[in-house]
Design a protein around this ligand. Structure first.
Ligand code: SF4
Length: 417
């Protein structure tokens, strides 16, 4: 950047750079000329060498396989995505068709090698929208990374189901070479919804991809859209049944129960909605997706789930589970550990049970009436948060059965991918 004496110099300088948006000294948003420019991946600079953010330098990864907390670094090695899911902002960013471009595996490994000379890190978060697009590139990257620092580095990234399935037989090798977590764009649990979102996979493909990760003890980041404006009540039930079939009802994060599809500008779902309501939605801020839920039952289920359960209780539920984990880690009593572990399984099923009951209610009523177990749960949570004697509380273990094995932003949750 040249030396700039004042804000007018700055404005003149920014004006010369195509596709720039900035706020000038008078607080006005300015745009430079629009130009169809894309820097070829071969000319990208090593992003890790401009690594000044204090927040990023405090990044960690919890490695469950090696049972350690690793210092981490994050970077992106590709842009765009070859797919075109109907809700995804990437579709709008690459308007003329999906244009995925990426640095070569060797370049990526060389970037990381160069960064190792300046920073201390043991894990690499690869933040690409869809890292697993080219199988040979992933395999070459993983092999190359394993040659750095005596093979002690680990990594995580994201994939869509189709690409993950193409590499499933190589997963054991990738794990040995450091793969620890894959964020999967599963999104929904029924074919009608997968087709609506243009996911180009089947429900069985989704289950197979999750099982392949589980079988190899690779942690899963579950991208899931439980609700959207065009949905039917049965589709919420289908999503819940899918979570059971895929064995993720005890998934560590609860986000997937609460995500609602965001209506990003330039996406097919937003165009369709604008056509059906006969007006263009404002570009100034993202609309509240819940305002556009069309089906009365879905609207009611969503409002009750978010306003009467998630907002007042989700934070407390998470705190109660953490509190149990703390006691568990300090206790020497096997029976107390067993009771608290079971209690946490019971607690982890609460969002599922609440949403299941709401989706099956014959008529609308307060949440405590629709969900018979609701007050058992809330009493247990309160008692755990005000615990005095852990052993006594553990004996309160709940008599009600649980469901088996196991997303937040927007108003509570939103998602892009
Ligand atoms: S949601 Fe994920 S897979 Fe779909 S277009 Fe966006 S980045 Fe690609």
């Amino acid at each position: 950047m040249p030396s700039l004496k004042n804000s007018i110099d700055y404005d003149n300088w920014a004006e010369q750079i195509p596709n720039t948006v900035w706020i000038n000294s008078k607080g006005k948003i300015k745009h430079s000329l629009d130009k169809k420019l894309q820097l070829p991946a071969s000319e990208w600079e090593n992003p890790l060498m401009e690594y000044h953010s204090e927040r990023l330098q405090n990044l960690y990864f919890t490695d469950r396989r090696d049972k350690k907390k690793r210092t981490a670094i994050a970077l992106t090695s590709s842009r765009g995505c070859p797919l075109s899911c109907s809700f995804c902002a990437i579709v709008a960013a690459d308007k003329e068709g999906p244009k995925w471009r990426a640095v070569e595996a060797e370049t990526l490994v060389a970037w990381i090698g160069e960064a190792l000379n300046s920073y201390d890190f043991q894990h690499i978060y690869i933040m690409d929208a869809n890292f697993f697009v080219k199988k040979e590139r992933v395999l070459a990257f993983s092999r190359g990374l394993h040659k750095l620092r005596g093979g002690t580095l680990t990594w995580s990234s994201s994939s869509t189901v189709g690409y993950l399935l193409k590499i499933r037989h190589e997963l054991p090798t990738l794990v040995l070479q450091g793969l620890r977590l894959v964020e999967m764009g599963i999104e929904v649990g029924s074919q009608s919804q997968l087709d609506y979102m243009n996911k180009r996979v089947s429900v069985q493909n989704n289950i197979d991809a999750i099982k392949a990760l589980q079988k190899n003890n690779i942690d899963i980041g579950l991208d899931f859209i439980m609700f959207y404006h065009d949905q039917k009540k049965q589709e919420i039930i289908d999503n819940l049944i899918f979570l059971v079939s895929a064995g993720v009802t005890e998934h560590e994060s609860f986000d997937h129960y609460f995500n609602i599809m965001m209506l990003y500008p330039g996406t097919p779902v937003r165009h369709n909605l604008e056509n059906s309501i006969g007006e263009k939605l404002s570009l100034e801020k993202l609309p509240f997706s819940r305002d556009f839920i069309d089906n009365y039952d879905v609207k009611k289920i969503y409002s009750t789930f978010i306003d009467d359960f998630a907002k007042p209780w989700l934070g407390k539920l998470e705190a109660a589970i953490s509190s149990n984990l703390r006691v568990l880690s300090q206790s020497k009593s096997k029976s107390l550990k067993a009771q608290l572990s079971l209690m946490n399984i019971y607690l982890r099923h609460m969002p599922f049970i609440v949403l299941w009951e709401l989706s099956h209610a014959k008529k609308h009523a307060p949440i405590e009436v629709i969900v018979p177990q609701f007050s058992n749960y809330t009493h247990l949570i309160e008692s755990l948060l005000h615990r005095k004697d852990e052993a006594t509380i553990a004996r309160k273990i709940v008599e009600i059965g649980t469901t088996g094995v196991g997303g937040r932003s927007g108003e509570l949750i939103s998602k892009i991918s």
